[in-house]
Design a protein around this ligand. Structure first.
Ligand SMILES: CC(C)(COP(=O)(O)OP(=O)(O)OC[C@H]1O[C@@H](n2cnc3c(N)ncnc32)[C@H](O)[C@@H]1OP(=O)(O)O)[C@@H](O)C(=O)NCCC(=O)NCCS
Length: 171
């Protein structure tokens, strides 16, 4: 399994993978129109195609031969109140294809994100995760993230409670 940076030629694959995994994990958690609106706003080819060109965003991909098994999106410039003043990046999206889950790929993608963050001299990674997503909370806590606070997260008109998770990466 190779981890590499996504490019403009990967937009359609990144869009398809993130939409499919999101729908399978979270598709039943909000009214259909809110889910559809979220998918369109975050995972459509148009949005991924715009995001991938930004200097403050990177997409990492786990690739097995021709097949993309997972993706992670890092972005700079957004941070919750509890981390105000810190130098941080956000892991905004992390999705592993159903056929590949629980084979260490999410961990490999996070390892690459940690290495990139450390190289850039940034002190840590934050992300937000739905408080009821036990599988994802298990995954992040096992990796070493800790929960700092709870914050509201709007999926279109549906409000969720998320945990702000934090991982320092300085040596
Ligand atoms: C969460 C996710 C990214 C983890 O990636 P992964 O490649 O499956 O995880 P890894 O194999 O690196 O790590 C596995 C560990 O994570 C936790 N974990 C992963 N899936 C789990 C599940 N369904 N139930 C409980 N724990 C789970 C466990 O601690 C597991 O260790 P174990 O298999 O020894 O018990 C992946 O399962 C996924 O894409 N899920 C759906 C989308 C999602 O929720 N993304 C996160 C959004 S914040």
């Amino acid at each position: 399994m190779d981890i590499r940076r996504g490019t403009t030629s990967d937009v359609s694959e990144l869009s398809a993978l993130s939409s499919q995994v999101f729908l399978s994990a979270y598709g039943g958690t909000a009214p259909e129109q809110d889910i559809a609106s979220h998918v369109e706003s975050y995972f459509s080819e148009a949005v991924v195609g715009t995001e991938i060109l930004r200097d403050d965003v990177s997409y990492l991909m786990a690739v097995d031969g021709q097949c993309c098994a997972g993706m992670l999106k890092i972005r700079e410039g957004t941070l919750p109140d509890v981390l105000r003043g810190q130098s941080v990046v956000e892991v905004q999206q992390l999705y592993v294809s159903l056929d590949f889950q629980r084979h260490g790929i999410g961990g490999l993608l996070l390892d690459a994100a940690v290495a990139e963050t450390r190289e850039r001299g940034i002190s840590g990674i934050w992300l937000s995760v739905w408080a009821d997503a036990d599988w994802a909370m298990n995954f992040y806590m096992r990796y070493g993230f800790t929960s700092l606070a709870e914050i509201p997260f709007m999926m279109a008109d549906t409000e969720f409670v998320d945990h702000v998770m934090w991982l320092p990466v300085s040596d």
